[in-house]
Write a protein that binds this ligand. Structure first.
Ligand code: GDP
Length: 524
């Protein structure tokens, strides 16, 4: 099926990540502007603008001006169909953020060039690295005084633990900002003045023509720096970039929309189209005719009156047609993906057709779980389990009014099923929540109140490490409990030990090395 192959090759799907205020929203808007946005949902802009309140699905999002839930935006640029998966800023990273990265083929990292890279982002890089997905770095805000670009590159390499290569290079910054040099195209894009692009001769930045356009100081620096990069820097190797072994770096200013087009053009040329994805029956090629996809995120409806949800599906192979029958591998159940299938939760646009490399939203009344595979294939395809991330923050939770206990338990169960938070019980049937980011607790509290009408009490507890125990029954583990740990079960009733900190965990591990196998995650 040739058309499918063409459609797949056109697809690009990336997750956009940044520290708060680095300029992710602005860059996203500029990217959408360059292309024709064909499907747009809960765009970051809409979220920050009260006029578009209908896309604010939660008060918390409005109050904090952030995206609690990631959304998808799609645009067409040149002949490519590009999907952007938005993610929350790093203070608020939850499991959701990490899971989104399992659905994309590349990641774009926006960095404020005045600030540099913060180590909190490390975990996101780990997820990208684990999956071998390439990270493209956009150093933003060059219209402001920025840090030394070589220093920024060095810092990036250190945090990423990966070599980097500059594809474009800044010429000055702030008041002295004069443009960027495109090393691949051998062009200088001028920030000011009429002539916007200079194509250089074979001497590159040593082309004398530059003296007519740049200040002496900038020109000297540019020549020195490019000399250094050419001599000691990495080469721009597309293959290494596509396999996530080398991160390409771009400079510009999203606000002024400068350097964004170069970035977009190079991104499209260098980023990988959808590739085969691992499954229990071997790799599934995106161009194989049978439709398949997996649920990487479940989002509750913004309307609390309807407790329906949207399951986000990354299509891994074949063509999605509205009304098609698929099988949910986990249960073997047949499901008709009928009218209720929309791409997006807020504008309720109906999608008739979509291809491998697209993300669609499917109406869900409680059928799907995170990680589920759906397919038209007769084979019982199940894509690789999504990684689970060991929680580091814990709370004990209970309903304030015990008469609401039933609603409370129902809410807890459903939110856990959505993957919004992790839930544990101890032997007294007390409920503990585990999260990767603090915001997950706030969202949990808000939603229990808003959607289930339950006010809850949340008490911080002094645990920060969770470890699962392999191949042991709960009963057999009771003797291992002591005052420095707590034995609980997760929502699949698998035993988990909670420890106060790494130190107490290490001591425990050493002591019981021969008896217990402790792991930081188990596949579901
Ligand atoms: P986000 O939190 O990463 O989504 O960041 P935003 O896109 O909302 O940007 C944060 C602030 O930085 C806003 O006030 C933007 O107008 C500003 N900003 C974004 N990009 C640039 C830029 O290239 N130059 C300057 N000077 N400001 C920028």
């Amino acid at each position: 099926m040739n058309q499918l192959k063409q459609e797949v090759e056109k697809r690009r799907i990336f997750g956009i990540i940044s520290h708060p205020d680095a300029g992710k929203t602005t860059l996203t808007e500029k990217l959408l502007l360059h292309g024709g946005a064909i499907r747009e949902a809960g765009t970051v802009k809409a979220r920050k603008n009260s006029k578009h309140a209908k896309s604010d699905w939660m008060e918390i999002e409005k109050q904090r001006g952030i995206s609690v839930t990631s959304s998808v935006m799609q645009f067409v640029y040149q002949d490519k169909v590009v999907s952007i998966m938005d993610t929350p800023g790093h203070n608020d990273f939850g499991e959701d953020t990490y899971r989104v990265l399992t659905s994309v083929d590349s990641a774009v990292m926006v960095i404020d060039a005045a600030k540099g890279i913060e180590t909190q982002t490390k975990k996101l890089f780990q997820v990208c690295r684990m999956r071998g997905i390439p990270i493209f770095t956009f150093m933003n805000k060059l219209d402001r005084q920025a840090r030394d670009p070589l220093e920024l590159m060095e810092e990036l390499e250190e945090v990423l633990g990966m070599p980097s290569v500059a594809v474009t290079w800044p010429i000055g910054s702030g008041m002295q900002f004069e443009g960027v040099y495109d090393r691949l195209k051998n062009e200088v894009h001028l920030f000011r003045g009429e002539k916007s692009t200079l194509t250089l001769n074979e001497d590159g930045v040593n082309d004398p023509i530059l003296a007519d356009y740049l200040t002496e100081e900038n020109l000297t620096n540019l020549r020195d720096e490019i000399d250094l990069l050419d001599g000691a820097g990495n080469e721009i190797e597309v293959d290494a970039i596509q396999h996530g072994k080398l991160t390409p770096v771009f400079f510009g200013t999203a606000l002024v929309d400068f350097g964004v087009t170069s970035f977009l053009n190079h991104y499209l040329a260098m980023s990988p189209a959808p590739e085969a994805r691992k499954s229990n029956v071997g790799p599934i090629d995106p161009t194989s005719e049978e439709f398949s996809g997996f649920v990487f995120k479940i989002q509750a409806n913004m309307n609390p009156a309807h407790r329906d949800r949207i399951a986000f599906v990354r299509i891994c192979s074949g063509v999605f047609e509205r009304g098609m029958d698929v099988t949910l591998t986990r249960t073997g159940k047949k499901i008709k993906l009928s009218q209720s299938t929309q791409l997006m939760a807020n504008d309720r646009e109906t999608v008739d057709q979509a291809f491998a490399g697209d993300v669609i939203g499917i109406y869900d009344s409680g059928t799907y779980q995170i990680g589920d595979t759906i397919t038209t294939s007769k084979q019982k395809i199940a894509f690789e389990a999504l990684p689970t991330f060991p929680p580091e923050l814990f709370m004990r939770v209970s309903p304030i009014n015990s008469l609401k206990s039933k609603h409370f338990h129902k809410g807890v169960e459903q939110l856990a099923q959505e993957g919004a938070i992790q839930v544990y019980r101890n032997e007294y049937n007390e409920i503990y929540l585990g999260a990767v980011g603090q915001l997950q607790f706030e969202v949990f509290e808000y939603r229990l109140n808003n959607e289930y009408g339950v006010d809850i009490r949340m008490e911080p507890v002094s645990y920060s490490v969770a470890r699962w125990v392999k191949d042991k029954e709960l009963k057999a583990l009771k003797p291992f409990q002591d005052s420095r740990n707590m034995l609980v079960t997760d929502r699949w009733e698998r035993p988990v030990f909670l420890f106060a900190n790494e130190f107490t965990f290490d001591r425990f591990k050493e002591r019981y090395e021969d008896e217990l196998t402790l792991v930081d995650a188990l596949d579901v």
